[in-house]
Design a binder for this molecule. Structure first.
Ligand SMILES: N[C@@H](CCC(=O)N[C@@H](CS)C(=O)NCC(=O)O)C(=O)O
Length: 346
């Protein structure tokens, strides 16, 4: 039973858990019915999200055309499981990208894989698990062990990303320290006990397997995209747009079909990609609210009005400057004959 269904379910033979209805269980209390509110990281200048899990959820929402809104929570919230992304829908939180997709598929009746054969579903499951639990750890290991290079590769503005007013140098110091400490997670996972050459080799093998399965097809299971395309796109984007360890170069030399696939998905589901990367706006897919349009126009109009106001001031300044120059010129003119006299004396 989904988290949402659980909230709405009538009492059964089991005693219902005591829920304090006076305390909202979601951050977005003025939610609209059937709108999915997505809590994710701030945007990144090289791709909409430097988290494959956040990019996966948002791509799924776009593929299924389920209505959603990203919430700018200024990096304040994490799911009840302590991570991002999580979503809120109809007053309930759903954490974890895979569980989010599973639950939203049920709530909105949108199963991207409904027309796949059992065999294809099993292949999809194997590849999705590889991407989430193996391929992504190659990337995580690199990011955790090279936090400074990660910031550069993703062109992340640390102040904006962490929503902090502390000095940039200090934030970078803490970020690097925090990120480096994550390396023990990579060791716990297993990938982190290997050397870099071996780890990059793991990544290459995963990419090669995906490339060979995709072969000449536009999408993994043929002419139309499914869940595996969504998951693969979200992970592959991290290799393409936050490059590291020569893996992008490997894609360019050995897996060009994966690069074309990324481009295909990007064009189809992310027409606002460039705009997102430029503006770092979380909701470019939504029609702009009247206040936002007004706010955007404001500086230009205000500037015009200010220019108008400044005009007389500028003219006054000009006049003053001219008046100041006048005596100087007069002095010069008065000095000229003096100079000439001196010269003539010599
Ligand atoms: N299994 C989770 C993984 C999500 C995940 O690893 N999120 C990372 C960012 S990519 C996170 O929130 N890290 C912060 C933390 O763990 O404290 C999912 O699929 O959503």
């Amino acid at each position: 039973m989904s988290a949402v269904q659980a909230e709405e379910a009538p009492a059964t033979t089991n005693p219902a858990p005591v829920v304090d209805k006076s305390k909202p269980s979601v951050h977005k209390t003025d939610y609209e019915k059937d709108i999915v509110y997505v809590y994710q990281f701030t945007r990144c200048p090289t791709l909409p999200s430097a988290s494959p899990f956040c990019l996966k959820v948002e791509t799924w929402l776009r593929m299924t055309e389920v209505k959603y809104e990203n919430v700018d929570h200024k990096m304040k919230y994490k799911s009840k499981k302590g991570q991002l992304p999580f979503v809120e829908v109809n007053g309930a939180e759903i954490p974890d990208s895979d569980i989010i997709i599973k639950e939203l598929s049920k709530i909105f009746g949108k199963d991207l894989d409904e027309n796949l054969t059992l065999d294809q579903k099993n292949v999809s499951h194997a590849f999705v698990s590889m991407l989430n639990n193996h391929t992504s750890w190659v990337m995580r290991w690199w990011r955790y062990s090279h936090p400074g290079e990660f910031l550069k590769s993703a062109q992340l503005d640390i102040k904006r990303t962490l929503n902090s007013k502390l000095p940039k140098g200090l934030l970078q110091f803490f970020f690097k320290l925090g990120f480096k400490s994550n390396i023990k997670r990579a060791i716990g996972h297993g990938v982190g006990v290997h050397n870099s050459e071996e780890i990059y080799e793991f990544g290459k093998k995963d990419l090669k397997a995906l490339s060979e399965y995709l072969a000449e097809k536009p999408y993994f299971f043929g002419e139309e995209p499914h869940l595996l395309d969504c998951v693969a796109f979200a992970h592959l984007c991290q290799f393409v747009y936050v490059p590291f360890g020569g893996l992008k170069e490997y894609l360019e030399s050995d897996c060009t079909n994966l690069l074309s696939f990324v481009e295909r998905m990007r064009e189809r589901y992310w027409p606002d990609w460039e705009e997102i990367c430029k503006t770092l706006d979380l909701n470019t897919h939504l029609p702009k609210k009247i206040e936002e349009v007004a706010e955007e126009k404001k500086p230009e109009e205000e500037k015009k009005a200010e220019d108008e106001e400044k005009k007389p001031e500028a003219e006054e300044e000009k006049e003053k400057a001219e008046e100041k120059e006048k005596p100087a010129e007069e002095e010069k003119a008065a000095e000229k004959p003096k100079e000439e006299t001196t010269e003539s004396k010599e």
